[in-house]
Design a protein around this ligand. Structure first.
Ligand SMILES: [Zn+2]
Length: 392
């Protein structure tokens, strides 16, 4: 019997790789600039007109791109405009949150349609049964891939949940495989903040300008989530289990106890609950507390403003640490605190930042809820748009 061949360690480029890479670049350019002509694609890429036409013809044949004659003008040739065929690749995005789960369908352009929301069951078995009961089946051809956003640690390669403090019963559950058994098409799952970063990249004007490396932060009610985009791709650590857990950088070794089992993690100083406690001491922290704090600060409350300022100081400490380590182009922040960005942003960027380092921060384009659902869609669509893996 012949011995089994060893697993491939290196993915080498073959003659078809160049074609594959170029096809995905063209598809991405059409997505970002549609409607666009073959001539413009050629001008933007330096690829000859005839090669562009070959690639475009292939994409049209695959059903991913459609052609439309532009309105005739008085002179010159009437160009044919290319745009994505939204139905050429359909996906389902699932965003699991502690309280509720949202589902949305999308086509190649990534616009979320038909959002369904239901309370998140406390066990993953019930969750999968609920999905099955909702008659969501990809095998009928309605969608070809599913992306799932999970608010905790998940092995992005296997889709197994590792740590999910808000839904502890989910830990150890093979979520992607179980959903795949229900829907009948491939399922990919990832951490919510990784997907928030991906969604922000997809939706931002900076993407068109070629944003390569940035950090995404969610300043949440009781913690901080983060995602890291390097070279326009989510960085997931060497084994796909976690990376960029900036919320758990220790800023005070004698500080309060953290959910991770250590003390004085950054998230304990910058989350909404910390800001609230600076303002109101031991008064109970509720869902509306942060909005109250922000409103009070706007109404001129000195105490509320001081609580925000101290929170901004800690935000600045952590963000400077991240900037010193990674020198990203940008930090994108989501969370309730961004509703007072006119007050907090300048403190982070100017008042407390290290004098020699430019800190570029902006609020995200969407709320965390919308970002994570959009991110699940982007994850599923990555199959159509991402470049093939080559190298060691
Ligand atoms: Zn921690």
């Amino acid at each position: 019997m012949k011995p089994a061949s060893p697993a491939l360690l290196v993915q080498t480029a073959t003659p078809s790789t160049v074609r594959d890479v170029n096809r995905r670049i063209i598809l991405n350019l059409i997505r970002l600039h549609q409607p666009i002509s073959r001539a413009d694609l050629s001008a933007q890429t330096g690829i000859s007109r005839s090669n562009i036409s070959e690639i475009v013809d292939e994409l049209v044949l695959m059903g991913m791109v459609k052609e439309k004659q532009a309105e005739p003008s008085k002179r010159g040739r009437v160009p044919i405009h290319l745009s994505l065929n939204d139905d050429g690749f359909r996906v389902l995005g699932i965003s699991i949150r502690a309280g509720s789960t949202s589902l949305a369908y999308a086509g190649l352009s990534g616009h979320a349609q038909k959002v369904i929301t239901f309370p998140t069951p406390s066990t993953p078995q019930k969750f999968v049964r609920m999905l099955a009961a909702k008659s969501i089946h990809g095998a009928s051809g309605f969608f070809q891939h599913v992306g799932v956003s999970v608010p905790g640690l998940i092995n992005a390669e296997t889709g197994e949940v590792l740590w999910l403090p808000a839904l502890p019963e989910y830990a150890g559950f093979p979520l992607a495989t179980a959903i795949q058994d229900v829907v009948g098409v491939p399922v990919t799952a990832d951490n919510d903040c990784n997907l928030g970063a991906l969604a922000d990249l997809w939706l931002s004007a900076e993407e068109i300008a070629g944003l390569q490396n940035f950090v995404f932060l969610e300043i949440g009610a009781i913690g901080v989530g983060a995602g890291l985009i390097l070279g326009r791709e989510v960085y997931r650590g060497y084994d796909g289990r976690f990376a960029a857990e900036f919320g758990h950088m220790i800023v005070d070794p004698n500080g309060p106890n953290c959910r991770c089992g250590r003390q004085g993690c950054w998230e304990l100083f910058v989350c909404d609950q910390a800001a609230w406690q600076r303002y109101r001491g031991s008064a109970p922290f509720e869902a509306t507390s942060m909005a109250t704090l922000l409103a009070e600060a706007r109404n001129g409350s000195g105490d509320a403003m001081r609580a925000l300022e101290e929170t901004a100081r800690y935000l600045s400490i952590g963000i400077s640490n991240i900037v010193l380590a990674l020198n990203p182009e940008l930090i994108v922040i989501t969370g309730e605190i961004t509703a007072a960005w006119d007050l907090v942003g300048p403190m982070i960027e100017n008042k407390f930042a290290p004098s020699k380092i430019a800190i570029r921060v902006r609020p995200a384009n969407l709320s965390p809820e919308d970002l994570y659902l959009q991110g699940a869609i982007s994850l599923a669509l990555n199959n159509a748009f991402a470049k093939p893996r080559i190298g060691w």
